[in-house]
Design a protein around this ligand. Structure first.
Ligand SMILES: [Ca+2]
Ligand SMILES: [Ca+2]
Ligand SMILES: [Ca+2]
Length: 183
């Protein structure tokens, strides 16, 4: 697919501008970590953290961490979450263990780098196929285009569908999507 339609541009519009505290933490993190994730992925991690730090204390507790990981596409078991808190958590005065941004970033970046590219494409596909019927149709694509504020004619949307629609059933199914993206 062309870059304009990737899941990245879908998301970039909703990224909040980082506040000072997180900005400085992020800068420190990227220089002290060897993993190389994209700028967009870095923003996704930031977004997940700030969105689900529900009480805005700069830490994630067990439940905040669970939903933040889920927002990044990772379903962690209770056991995994507790083990992360045990290993990376900072104990608070009340005995509760919390994760700071730097550790959340590091764990997320590692997980993102371990992600299966096919799983990634399936996630991207699901973003387009909003009604979840397994087919990206004209309506699905038009909605994405409108949400992105792109100036693309209906005719061009039809052309895009047509280009991806190998079995000519009028929509793009998951396999067609993966085939085109990986060829
Ligand atoms: Ca919090
Ligand atoms: Ca659909
Ligand atoms: Ca098709």
């Amino acid at each position: 697919m062309s870059g304009r339609y990737n899941s990245g541009s879908l998301k970039s519009k909703s990224i909040p501008s980082p506040n000072r505290r997180h900005q400085s933490q992020t800068a420190a993190t990227s220089s002290s970590t060897n993993v190389s994730i994209t700028e967009q992925q870095r923003q996704e991690i930031y977004e997940a953290f700030s969105l689900f730090d529900l009480n805005s204390d700069g830490f994630l507790d067990y439940h905040e961490m669970k939903v933040a990981f889920r927002a990044l596409g990772f379903e962690l078991t209770k056991k995994e979450l507790l083990s992360i808190l045990e290993t990376f958590g900072e104990e608070q005065e009340n005995g509760k263990r919390l994760i700071n941004y730097e550790n959340f970033y590091r764990i997320s970046a590692t997980k993102i780098l371990e992600r299966d590219p096919i799983e990634e494409l399936k996630r991207a596909f699901a973003l387009f196929d909003e009604d979840g019927d397994g087919l990206i149709t004209f309506d699905n694509l038009k909605k994405v285009v409108e949400e992105l504020g792109e100036d693309i004619s209906d005719e061009d949307i039809y052309k895009m569908i047509d280009e991806f629609d190998l079995d000519e059933d009028g929509g793009i199914n998951e396999q067609e999507f993966i085939d085109i993206c990986t060829e």
